[in-house]
Design a protein around this ligand. Structure first.
Ligand code: NDP
Ligand code: GUE
Ligand code: MG
Length: 285
């Protein structure tokens, strides 16, 4: 058996087509959807991500405004920029690219973003609403994973789901979304005693660890659906996920590739959140 590949590139293109229609409706009402991107320092991976997001935005008529700041930027300087973007009525969404340099107080800065412009879904208000089952902006990567899971066709209600990772940006919101989809969810992390045994009984595995091919293919339950969030750059330049892809593919019923899986979905869901914010400004929602 070989798994169905969950093609995130194609699924993202479809979502972006829908978002583009909605961008058009806003623009007709005189509201040009606009995303402000704040990038501090010169981390090469962050630059790649920001560039590809701005390219996708331009393709569908969303304005992306770049704010590039030196690696020495202070918390106060960032707070002042965020306050200006909050007050700017032409800005619909604000994205502060993470990670920030160590001298910046990340929690304080994320808390300062207007929750109505928090298209990453990282503000405590938006995380709390997700917890209540009344989401406003849902974090983009978990949102994208849910869309790919829907393509796999496996009913989530009653399924055993395993989320590996408990970060605020991926693991925790992913666990919440699966709980609300009526899965029976386990969250694993670095203190989990027997990860192989947890994986072996899961009908759905979402891996968000940040360690190349850490989840062995032989752990996967035959027929399981595997969503690989990991993005690991190897010394030879190859990009691999957190799952041993070739061995997992032989056992799973469906699996996301890296690249071309979750990554493109994250960007499409971000722009989906931007148009949601713009629709409110345009009086369309
Ligand atoms: N495709 C995309 O769009 C995106 C991809 N990513 C990628 O996803 C991965 C995870 O990102 P992120 O959540 O930000 O990472 P973090 O480093 O914030 O979190 C990693 C999580 O993995 C857990 N972990 C570490 N080692 C183990 C282990 N041996 N066994 C089980 N769990 C372990 C950690 O546990 P503990 O809490 O105990 O430390 C932690 O909860 C990265 O590769 C990142 O690049 C991230 C965002 C978007
Ligand atoms: N405020 C904030 N919001 C984020 O959403 C955010 C962030 N900070 N910091 C970093 C992580 C990482 N992330 C990625 C998104 C898309 C790809 C992506 O498109 N990847 C391509 C491959 C890219 C390549 O080849 O290098 C793919 O998987 O096919 C990757 C990584 C968003 N993040
Ligand atoms: Mg990917």
């Amino acid at each position: 058996m070989s798994a169905q590949r969950l093609d995130g590139k194609a699924r993202a293109a479809r979502l972006l087509g829908e978002v583009e229609q909605r961008v058009g409706a806003c623009t007709e009402r005189g509201v040009r959807p606009c995303l402000a991107v704040v990038l501090v320092g010169d981390d090469p991976a962050s630059q790649v991500y920001v560039r590809s997001k701005e390219k996708r935005a331009a393709e569908i008529g969303i304005e992306a405004r770049d704010h590039r700041l030196p690696a020495t930027t202070t918390t106060d300087e960032l707070l002042a920029l965020v306050a200006a973007l909050n007050a700017d009525r032409t800005v619909d969404g604000i994205l502060v690219q993470l990670p920030l340099p160590p001298q910046c107080d990340t929690q304080r800065i994320l808390l300062a973003v207007d929750p109505a412009k928090d298209v990453d879904g990282f503000h405590p208000d938006n995380l709390g609403r997700l917890m209540l089952g009344q989401p406003r902006f849902v974090a983009c990567t978990p949102q994208g994973c849910m869309l790919l899971l829907a393509d796999a066709g496996l009913p989530l209600a009653g399924a055993r789901a395993l989320v590996i990772g408990r970060s605020t940006i991926v693991g925790k919101p992913m666990t919440q979304l699966l709980v609300h989809a009526d899965a029976t969810v386990t969250t694993a992390h670095s203190r989990t005693r027997d990860l192989a045994a947890e994986v072996a009984r899961a009908d759905v595995v979402v891996a968000a660890i940040g360690r190349p091919e850490f989840v062995r293919g032989e752990w996967i339950k035959p027929g399981a659906v595997v969503i690989d969030v990991g993005m690991n750059r190897l010394a030879d330049g190859r990009l691999v996920g957190d799952v041993e892809f070739s061995a997992a593919e032989a056992r799973a019923s469906a699996i996301t590739p890296v690249p071309g899986g979750v990554g493109p979905m994250t960007i499409a869901c971000l722009l989906n959140n931007v148009v949601l914010a713009a629709e409110r400004r345009a009086g369309l929602s």
